[in-house]
Design a protein around this ligand. Structure first.
Ligand code: MN
Length: 166
């Protein structure tokens, strides 16, 4: 395996104990973090098509945020960095921005937990234009047996559990 190119953009997945627990999946693109809330979290099983609701772009420096979003603010609750690393756009000759515009992006993650190919597919489920699916691609990192959010629940930055953030 080649060493990651330091120019590769970053991804981050923040585990967020808001009103309902979800995982915020964020990809660096054109100086912002494109963002999706994934209620069930990412999977290593290609058969799991995980609903991913696109949310507002976040600033790049939010990628390392761990802490509490205070009561009264949107998304109040604890946040940990569940995984982070770099990614590669797998579509040759198409920018990530263009792929997202087209509603289908394929990326190769090099995280501490997640590795290999993932697809983001826009579905417009129930007529909503923010609904996507996050799907593990079939490759050597695909694993039907693992339940990675349960197996590896804690922060890759601090080692903290979500419950440790107070
Ligand atoms: Mn969130």
């Amino acid at each position: 395996m080649a060493t990651p190119n330091p120019k590769n953009p970053i991804f981050v997945i923040q585990k967020h104990g808001a009103r309902s627990l979800h995982y915020d999946f964020r990809l660096e693109d054109e100086e912002v973090l494109k963002s999706w809330a994934v209620p069930k979290g990412p999977s290593t099983n290609p058969a799991n098509k995980q609903l991913a609701l696109q949310t507002d772009d976040h600033a790049l420096d939010y990628a390392t945020f761990e802490g509490i979003i205070p009561e009264g603010q949107y998304g109040a609750g604890p946040v940990i960095v569940w995984d982070t690393g770099t990614f590669k756009n797998l579509k040759k000759n198409t920018s990530l921005a263009q792929s997202l515009q087209d509603g289908e992006a394929t990326i190769l993650l090099t995280g501490k937990k997640l590795k290999g190919g993932y697809a983001l597919i826009k579905t417009n489920y129930q007529g909503k234009d923010n609904t996507w699916l996050l799907i593990k691609m079939n490759d050597e990192h695909a694993d039907k047996e693992r339940d990675i959010t349960k197996e590896l629940p804690d922060s890759v930055l601090s080692g903290k559990a979500l419950e440790d953030i107070i």
